[in-house]
Design a binder for this molecule. Structure first.
Ligand SMILES: [Zn+2]
Ligand SMILES: [Zn+2]
Length: 327
């Protein structure tokens, strides 16, 4: 990622970011669903990655990841309509695209996705999911070192762990200790889903609003079929399909706890999705990174409402968009 696609100073003002949802929580995941509605599409994610690498024109996108003109045109128009991109035609030439302030702010979500792919996805394989994805190392220009970014609470600077947080809007949803115990039991149990990770795993999780909502609810201790149904207001057939898919993707695993009784818990790969969920909620609320607005989530370690930031895993400095390069 680099700074080059910043809109020039005379670019038109971007439309407002998506508005504030009423009374949301992580389990309700309203804001995350809004993010998914805008960017939850494999081609859209590729366009955004390409833009963060400085690409601006149709021909550059096609050279980058081999998209058809029809699909590219469709996705670019949608991103413009959502205020993520601005389109400009300079001196009768081909159209060029620029990330708006809200589009530029997606970089920290892309960092979260990069990290997950490196650990659990196809980050180490050339695959159809993201042949354009720089997948070797992330470098912090501040200290000049290759590093692994760490998500930290901006109040206490503690590393953000999913089970150290609680929905502020709905404390009854937390069930935090039990979920934490489930996580610890899965630790050291090898890689869920086995070695052959489906190529489109992250795209299916992030790009489907029900799947993402199920994952968000699972972080809030929802485990049983009826609770998922109640929390998400989803029909039983749809819910069965999504639960089956998330198991196939290695994100949830079933556990029988009584005769004919089954519940669903996050695998380690599922737990590792937490920064992505937080970033989707943050962006979907229309909060720009660095704005004072905290998430609807409380950090139990310090008791404050959560604001998150990515920090360098080497020097611990706060990462900003301009400070990060992929090698
Ligand atoms: Zn904290
Ligand atoms: Zn550093």
């Amino acid at each position: 990622m680099n700074l080059s696609p910043v809109a020039p100073a005379d670019a038109p003002t971007p439309p407002d970011s998506p508005g504030q949802p009423p009374g949301e929580s992580l389990a309700g995941a309203t804001a995350a669903q809004r993010t998914i509605a805008v960017i939850g599409d494999e081609w859209t994610l590729r366009i955004l990655r390409s833009m963060f690498r400085g690409r601006r024109r149709h021909g550059e996108f096609i050279a980058d990841f081999g998209v058809s003109r029809a699909v590219l045109g469709d996705r670019l128009s949608k991103l413009v309509a959502h205020g993520v991109l601005q389109r400009r035609v300079v001196a009768g030439g081909h159209p060029q695209y620029w990330l708006s302030a809200s589009g530029l702010d997606l970089w920290s979500l892309l960092v979260a996705m990069w990290l997950w792919e490196t650990d659990w996805g196809t980050g180490r394989q050339a695959g159809p999911w993201a042949p354009d994805l720089p997948r070797e190392q992330m470098v912090h220009l501040g200290c000049g070192r290759a590093m692994r970014p760490v998500l930290r609470c901006q109040h206490c600077l503690g590393e953000v762990q999913p089970f150290d947080t609680r929905d502020d809007a709905d404390p009854a949803m937390s069930a935090v200790p039990a979920a934490g115990a489930a996580f610890r039991r899965t630790r050291g149990g090898g890689t869920p889903g086995g070695a052959s990770v489906p190529v489109l795993r992250l795209a299916r999780v992030v790009g489907d609003r029900w799947n993402a909502a199920l994952v968000a609810a699972a972080f809030r201790g929802v485990r049983q079929f009826a609770r998922f149904q109640q929390t998400l207001q989803i029909g039983p057939t749809q819910l069965s399909e999504r639960l089956a898919e998330l198991q196939a993707l290695g994100i949830l695993r079933p556990r029988h706890y009584a005769a004919n009784r089954q519940e669903y818990r996050l695998t380690r790969a599922g737990v590792a999705l937490f920064p992505i969920v937080l970033e989707m909620v943050r962006w979907g609320r229309g909060d720009l990174q660095g704005a004072a607005q905290p998430l609807p989530v409380r950090h139990m370690v310090c008791g404050e409402r959560l604001r998150v930031g990515w920090h360098c895993g080497h020097c611990a400095g706060l990462l900003r968009r301009a400070d990060v390069r992929f090698l």
